[in-house]
Design a protein around this ligand. Structure first.
Ligand code: C2E
Ligand code: CA
Ligand code: CA
Length: 772
């Protein structure tokens, strides 16, 4: 049996025992008097202690509630003690007496307590609750004044003080009952039980009070019927005590956002006002005894006006709240799409007027669905909240972050374009750290697209900018290499639907891109291999793998024909994976035939930000039982490294297993000298354009020689690319260059041709052209 049940059962037993006692005592007047007085004091003491306990074990506002009820009950206890003293010990009539002051503390304490009772939703002021009580009480007073009390007042021969006192009871009780009923209408599910008991107890006490006053005025309190009133008090006290005991275990209430006030709470206080108006209208204010009516009307009108004021204020606040919530995503608290669009169009208006750049970032979490499917939706929700916090941590105050779809976010950035890029990069980096959800460590990458309306471009619309950011994001998603993709007009041509908007030049691109995708999906690209030779001894040292596309209509296409598409439309990762697989496949086959062929593979710079890349490469090597030093990674051309730290991390993990790293096209203008110091590099490949002029141009020669020395100083191997003749070969050898590659030695060869070459090289008579 639960604690609550015990409490209720005990209370019921006490009530039964007490009623039985009453019956046994019968009509024995002094005994009845002793017993009722003793019971009053005892019950009041019990209720006071219970309320005190409730005050001690609760916190915050609830503590205040129980404290004021405890004080009220304490007052009642003192009152009943004095009453007993007057009635049993002295000859002083107990009514009216100072005991009444004690009793009257109760309705005040109860009223304050009920008004303070936490209702758990903002927007409904307590002041209004008290005003409602006041309105109802004033109206009820008017009704009772006109109908009953005035006559009693006129006829009464007791003192005005006694009368005023006896009037104070019903007035206080009316206020308390109204406040209790209204508090009840505002109660929330978790607290309804306690509040119901409390209300019930307070109402029973108030009714007993009113009955007492009425019976006293009628002179019948001393009769049998008076005992019912006494029992009423005791029941009221007991019920309040039960409420106090229940309050100790009551769960804390969480504030809910909005709750529409119940209809009852809205019109209830006006009912007595309407009745009072009906009752008072026929009366003549000039008659005697009407002064209280005038006064109460004044109170009533003031209270109604005040109530009106509070209701209007509350409505305004509710409206604000609702308007605010209509523009917020309830899960993350970020702006929703509506608010984002509003801010964006405002920003675009400023953009047109002031030429202030506007950028939109579109961010989508990769593989979010996996989290939802495997860990459940609450985990997914949690993840979204954490992701939202991360995004907020990367932007300035004043930037707008919105959740615009399930796992899609948008950021509006006004101001310098460079800043927007910075935010994008920061955002990307912020997702390097794992999310911890339900004890799982989750690494979730976002795909980020950036679209910028620069200062000199006033034609782009808000919708277009948003769409551009989305397109860039899709491109980032397809590439799966991480990094931020910036919108490029070419991207609008990738969307198969909407071909209507694509011009003629675009149509062929769309077609080519479709074919390319298909080819990559079906691993239809091929590789050729260009051999590299040691300059000192002419030994074959390895090959560079170069990709080709055997196109069904256009023949064998070189990289210049399709790599731009690959780069633009996010196919870099698939292409790199395909090339690595294919090259290692060949190396493994050659190895099985007894020939060791180290291979170099070209990588796009953004691929090297992909922290998963080393894992994939090393797995491919392991699967074929190849030693990692058979592979060299060439970091190709546009080495505009977004994130040097991350690139270093990727290269380190590859080199840690023995894979070599080469910097490609060195001297072409893309590869900065600084990277030689910043990145872990084994090999420098001097760009073809750099090598070609050395025979005729002394300055070019001097630079090549210096770079060779520098690379050696740093412990790196130097490879010369595009060596086309003997003179160049000789010069490079003199400069100490280690390895050469170029048409002079061999063009790129198909796999079978390479095998032939290698067989010839290892056969007894040396290949004369290469030993020169
Ligand atoms: P690269 O890495 O500089 O590759 C060398 C390029 O120079 C190759 O062109 C090769 O055919 C060409 N070449 C070799 N020797 C000579 C020579 O003596 N004279 C001249 N004029 N050219 C020579 P290719 O195959 O057209 O490749 C062009 C570029 O495409 C490559 O430049 C590389 O940056 C990129 N690429 C090729 N394959 C791949 C790949 O699998 N992945 C990536 N990411 N890029 C690749
Ligand atoms: Ca290369
Ligand atoms: Ca190169």
């Amino acid at each position: 049996m639960g604690k609550t049940t015990w409490v209720v059962v005990t209370a019921a037993v006490v009530a039964v025992v007490f009623s039985a006692g009453f019956i046994v005592v019968g009509d024995d007047e002094p005994a009845v008097s002793v017993m009722t007085n003793a019971a009053s004091v005892l019950f009041a003491a019990f209720a006071t202690v219970c309320a005190g306990r409730a005050a001690r074990s609760t916190a915050g506002r609830k503590r205040l509630v129980w404290l004021s009820i405890c004080i009220g009950l304490g007052g009642w206890l003192v009152g009943s003690f004095l009453w007993a003293y007057f009635e049993l010990v002295t000859d002083i009539p107990p009514f009216p007496s100072v005991a009444d002051l004690g009793y009257l503390v109760f309705p005040i304490g109860a009223c304050i307590g009920l008004a303070l009772y936490p209702v758990g939703h903002p927007g409904q002021s307590r002041t209004r609750l008290v005003l409602d009580g006041l309105i109802a009480a004033a109206a009820l007073f008017q009704i009772s004044w006109v109908m009953v009390l005035r006559d009693t007042y006129e006829a009464d021969d007791t003192s005005r003080f006694a009368f005023g006192l006896s009037l104070a009871y019903p007035v206080c009780d009316l206020v308390v009952i109204t406040v209790a009923v209204l508090a009840q209408t505002r109660a929330r599910a978790g607290q309804r039980r306690t509040l119901t008991f409390l209300t019930l107890g307070v109402v029973v006490m108030a009714l007993s009070d009113s009955a007492f006053v009425y019976l006293t005025a009628a002179g019948t309190y001393e009769d049998e019927i008076g005992r019912v009133v006494d029992v009423g008090y005791l029941v009221g006290l007991l019920v309040i005590a039960v409420a106090a005991l229940l309050a100790v275990d009551e769960p804390a209430t969480e504030p809910s956002l909005v709750r529409v006030p119940s209809r009852l709470a809205l019109w209830l206080p006006y009912v007595p006002v309407a009745v009072a108006a009906a009752v008072c209208t026929p009366t003549n204010l000039h008659e005697s005894g009407m002064a209280p009516l005038f006064l109460s009307t004044l109170v009533l009108v003031t209270a109604v006006l005040l109530r009106q004021f509070f209701v209007v204020r509350e409505n305004r606040r509710l409206l604000d709240l609702v308007a605010e919530q209509a523009l917020r995503d309830p899960l993350t608290g970020l702006a929703n799409r509506a608010l984002f669009n509003d801010r964006l169009s405002h920003a675009m208006q400023l953009h047109v007027r002031d030429r202030q750049p506007v950028a939109v970032l579109s961010l989508d979490l990769d593989d979010f669905k996996l989290v939802n499917d495997n860990l459940g939706h609450p985990a997914g929700d949690q993840l979204l909240v954490l992701a939202a916090q991360r995004i907020l941590g990367c932007v300035r105050a004043g930037d707008t972050v919105a959740r615009v779809g399930g796992d899609e976010f948008a950021v509006l950035l006004e101001g310098k374009t460079e800043h927007s890029r910075q935010v994008a990069r920061r955002l990307m980096a912020s997702f390097d750290e794992q999310f911890v959800i339900d004890g799982h460590d989750l690494l979730l990458r976002p795909s980020i697209g950036l679209a910028v309306a620069t200062g000199d471009d006033a034609t782009v619309s808000a919708e277009a900018l948003l769409k551009h950011a989305d397109l860039a994001m899709y491109s980032a998603k397809r590439s799966r290499t991480g990094g931020v993709h910036t919108f490029d007009p070419e991207m609008t041509r990738t969307r198969p639907k909407g071909t209507g908007k694509v011009g003629n030049a675009g149509t062929s691109t769309v077609r080519l891109l479709g074919q390319l995708r298909n080819t990559i999906d079906h691993a239809g690209l091929s590789l050729v291999y260009q051999p590299k030779f040691g300059l000192r001894d002419g030994e074959f040292v390895g090959v560079e793998a170069l990709v080709r596309w055997p196109h069904p209509e256009r023949g064998l296409l070189g990289p210049d024909k399709f790599l731009p598409l690959v780069r633009e439309y996010g196919l870099m990762r698939s292409l790199t994976d395909l090339v690595v697989e294919r090259a290692l496949e060949d190396v493994a086959r050659w190895k099985a035939n007894g020939v060791r062929v180290p291979v170099a593979v070209n990588m796009f710079a953004p691929s090297l930000c992909d922290l998963e890349l080393p894992k994939r490469i090393l797995r491919s090597l392991d699967e074929r039982d190849l030693s990692p030093d058979l592979l060299t990674i060439e970091i190709t051309e546009d080495l505009l490294l977004d994130d040097v730290d991350r690139t270093r991390q990727v290269l380190d993990s590859l080199r840690g297993r023995g894979t070599r790293v080469a910097i490609d096209d060195f001297g072409s203008g893309y590869s900065a000298l600084g990277y030689l110091c910043e990145l872990p590099i084994d090999e420098v490949k001097l760009d073809r354009q750099f090598i070609a002029p050395i025979v005729d141009d002394a300055r070019a020669a001097a630079v090549v020689r210096a770079v060779v020395d520098l690379a050696h100083e740093l412990g790196m191997t130097v490879v010369a690319e595009g060596v086309e003749n003997d003179d160049t070969t000789t010069m490079l050898r003199d400069y100490g260059c280690d390895v050469a590659q170029g048409f002079h030695f061999s063009p790129p060869l198909a796999g079978a041709e390479l095998c032939d070459l290698l067989r010839r090289l290892t056969s007894p008579e040396p290949a004369s052209s290469r030993s020169s």
